[in-house]
Design a protein around this ligand. Structure first.
Ligand code: FAD
Length: 365
């Protein structure tokens, strides 16, 4: 429980349905939302209930259709200029009110920067549990509750967490963890439009044209709009898109220094891939955190993962072991990365990686 005042046991039978809080940036659906809708579909089928995707923002019509294609039965759409960009106050208020009104039994949220900000606030407002960074979600076949599995104790064991007495059961999942299904653009779903006039006081009204809409009783006051977005500055550097990369060349402490990363970067460029890293080198300051793969970094599924000078600690493996092909280069033949690789090369990466680079430069793609 996230609140000091203990909430008494509630009638959980009043809650029905699986929800995914879908996320958009500049009216583009995030990949993690496609993954969560695909996963939510399986949970909803196991429970024989509807899957609803909740979408806040502006100019959302096309995203609504996309969410249906990925498996949602129903979209609750709240369109408003004030919701165009994520802000804690209005988003938390609108979503908490929707949950109180519609009472879903499960709510899934992407563990993005915004999702990590929103999810704990919702769990505190709703006085229910939240399991962060789940790697597996299942329905208990007997009790019909959500089994939320995540690494615990530094990744040395997997804990399955349940929330039996309170609702909704809330979980966050990091991008890249769940598998995205193929979208089916012929699927049909319901789109429910809820309008929120956030510029005036009290202000949650409902588009009455839609037959299914239930009038919201939540009221948004100016308190919910206490922050103002004056500007959005995007990082000037090229965004690292490890989750969607097909080829990743990753370096660990074996590269020896920040300059030692050059050979990794050169090979990644030749192969048209992204650069990955272990936490050790991020902690050393040799490369940015956005390159980190693993339990506290990103989860990746490339076609090819080249692990260079990485020992293969369980926390690193948690983020890359589902890659299609893993090649490991390490001077220590007993390194545990060799337990998960398809091809292993025992040797000095500073000799082997430049040789590979030269060889691949000659290959015409
Ligand atoms: P090391 O363990 O120091 O290994 C370096 C390897 O390089 C060795 O195997 C060595 O034989 C080899 N080597 C040395 N020189 C050369 C050379 N010239 N050529 C080839 N090989 C060479 N780690 C992550 O990576 N990602 C995470 O998300 C993550 N999360 C964590 C979360 C928690 C709660 C904790 C406790 C730890 C986490 N860690 C994570 C850290 C993890 O436990 C390891 O410490 C880390 O992965 C080690 O990084 P490394 O393999 O680069 O370094």
């Amino acid at each position: 429980m996230s609140n000091n005042v203990k909430k008494s046991k509630e009638d959980v039978s009043l809650y029905k349905g699986v929800w995914v809080l879908a996320e958009q940036r500049d009216s583009q659906l995030l990949s993690v939302s496609q993954e969560l809708v695909s996963e939510g579909r399986k949970l909803a089928d196991d429970l024989a209930v509807e899957l609803t995707a909740v979408l806040l923002g502006f100019d959302l019509k096309e995203i609504g259709k996309e969410l249906v294609a990925y498996g949602a039965d129903r979209i609750i759409m709240v369109e408003n200029q004030e919701l165009k960009h994520y802000r804690t106050g209005p988003y938390a208020r609108v979503v908490a009110d929707l949950i109180k009104q519609y009472k879903p039994e499960i709510v899934l949220i992407g563990a993005t920067h915004n999702g990590r900000d929103l999810a704990p606030r919702l769990s505190a407002r709703l006085q229910t549990g939240l399991t962060a960074d789940c790697t597996k979600l299942e329905i208990d076949p007997q009790k019909k509750i959500l089994l939320q599995t995540r690494p615990a104790f530094g990744g040395n064991l997997m804990a399955t967490i349940i929330c039996p007495e309170h609702r909704p059961q809330m979980a966050t999942v990091r991008p890249g963890v769940m598998v995205k299904e193929e979208p089916d653009y012929k699927r049909q779903g319901n789109i429910i439009e809820v309008s929120a006039d956030l510029s005036k006081k009290d202000i949650m009204s409902v588009n009455k044209k839609e037959a299914q809409i239930i009038k919201m009783d939540s009221q948004l006051s100016r308190e919910d709009l206490f922050t103002k977005i004056t500007d959005i500055v995007k990082a000037a550097s090229k965004a690292v898109n490890l989750e969607e990369a097909e080829i990743i060349v990753a370096g660990g402490r074996g590269v020896g220094s920040a300059d030692g990363f050059e050979v990794i970067k050169e090979l990644a460029t030749t192969l048209g891939g992204e650069i990955g890293a272990s936490r050790a080198v991020v902690d050393e300051g040799w490369i940015d955190k956005e390159h980190q793969v693993g339990q506290t970094g990103k989860t990746v599924h490339p076609k090819l993962y080249l692990a260079c000078g990485i020992s293969g600690a369980i926390q690193h493996r948690a983020g890359m072991q589902d890659s299609d092909i893993i090649i490991a280069i390490n001077t220590d033949s007993a390194a545990s990365i060799f337990e998960v690789c398809d091809y292993g090369i025992v040797g000095d990466l500073h000799e082997i990686v430049p040789l590979l680079n030269k060889a691949f430069q000659k290959v015409e793609v």
